[in-house]
Design a protein around this ligand. Sequence first.
Ligand code: ATP
Ligand code: MG
Length: 573
Amino acid sequence: MIVENIIEKPETIVPRPNLQDYDEMYGTFEWTSAYDRVEWNDCGRLNAAESAVDRHAESSLKHKVALYWQGADRDEKYTFLELSSLSNRFANVLTELGIEKRDRVFIFLPRIPELYVSFLGILKTGAIAGTMFSAFGPEGLYDRLHDSGARYLITNSSLKRRVYEIRDDLPDLERIIVVDETDVAEDEVSYPEAMKSASDTFDVAKMLPDDPAFMLYTSGTTGKPKGVVHRHLAIVQQHLTTEWVLDLHDDDIYWCTADPGWVTGISYGILGPFSCGASVVVHDGRFDPDVWYSIVERYHVTVWYSAPTAFRMLMRAGDIYKNHDLGSIRHICSVGEPLNAEIVHWGMRAFGLPIHDNFWQTETGGILIANYPSMPIKPGWMGKPVPGITAAIIDDDGNEVPNGVEGNLALKPDFPSLMLEIWKNPAKYQEYFMGGWYLTGDRAVQHEDGYFLFVGRADDVINTSGERVGPFEVESALIAHPAIVEAGVIGKPDPLRGEIIKAFVVLGDGYEPSDELESDVRRFVKTRLAGHAYPREFEVVETLPKTRSGKIVRRMLRAKELGLPVGDVSSLE
Ligand code: ATP
Ligand code: MG
């Protein structure tokens, strides 16, 4: 456990929000006007790694700490200048190996500094960086490395064993770069050795805005993960949304808890915050409430970006936040799943701050809809579209529906961080578009005040007695009960009602399943939900099936309940 503080505690001053007047900015903003906010070269070229790190290495921020790295029993820090030089070295290592533009280079590492260095180094060469969770097994690795045709893989001595289980089935994979070995096999490269002899200057590849920079696979919540490719231009949106939504200022110490195997860990764990010149905390370790609070305390984290699943687990851990001085935190954001109002209220009690929900997807590369520090939040609502984003609710024919009516959440596909392609699958890519709209695959409602409410994924919406019910509404009612920390709700075929609602619930510490508890929960949710939205079946479970990015996988609950095949499980926890 971490006890002592690593840096002197600064005075917590709450700065003026970067985005002062949402309405005015929304009314006037155009993306092209913001292009010069990131570093551009002559002839309209850029490189996202240069925009993120190198330009600060040449400015007054050069000796500012860019990365505070916290491992299990030691820590390290890197300035912008150091990150820039190290990623230059790695870019030289790849060049030496004969890398070419558009080559896929995948990273299979825990959250160690080499992950960040190599990610930036790959971008600098013009190749495509791919990321994977270090918890993936051979099956998850095979799907990604084979589909992407990765030419190089960066990993460590213990993880590489999983790669060797499938090595023979990966004809495109030429070299495995091992970060912690000096004595390596013939088709391997020793990272420490190669880095030692590489130059720390590099002529960064000048890319066209639409050239690919990184790719990763979606979370796999609804089915087989899709290979999403992002372009260098995406940095414009990652930069501005970091400024507006995460509200990073010069003095902030920012902690994004997401792993770069998930898009949040790239867009808001690397590119967005570094491009804003922020100091980023990275914790290489498993979730543990006490350790997490210690990290906030140790680094005096001021801005914190995490996910509902983590906040629910912290809520479940109860009062232990009282053992820590969390007074440095001034702004908290959440993404990945609907943020139940109950968690926002808990955040107020625990941190004295509301948690700001925001919505986006792997495919959109950056935040789309958000609650901003300068705007009142409505607990349970996702907020309003980012300036530059046109969001609407449309019916299945592509017509906009009136406020208050549920429909498909759609966006005008004219924003810089929208994906470039689904790797080797143009047909899948086309499925996202209809009548000039990009379809998120999510169902939502817009209120007349402009706020959006998440209803559910299109696949998860339940049809019961002729009424449509979103799982989010039912799950939120359930977790408002003191005994319930998590809930996953599905529709179960029923001869009379079409579907009935079944709820799987996880109880908090100190609660045991009993008939009394069940009746109490039934009474409790009845007062909060319309009759048709009331779950007719309850089941207490130890855990809910989740993806590596922490999302409840309702298709698994359905498959198990109905005895159907479970489908792709490569990205499940
Ligand atoms: P797959 O596309 O492989 O099924 P996935 O959709 O979970 O997986 P991600 O791109 O990581 O993969 O997640 C995006 C989805 O997460 C959104 O489409 C939405 O369903 C959900 N989501 C993200 N943020 C929010 C939010 N703030 N509120 C509600 N849902 C959210
Ligand atoms: Mg998705």
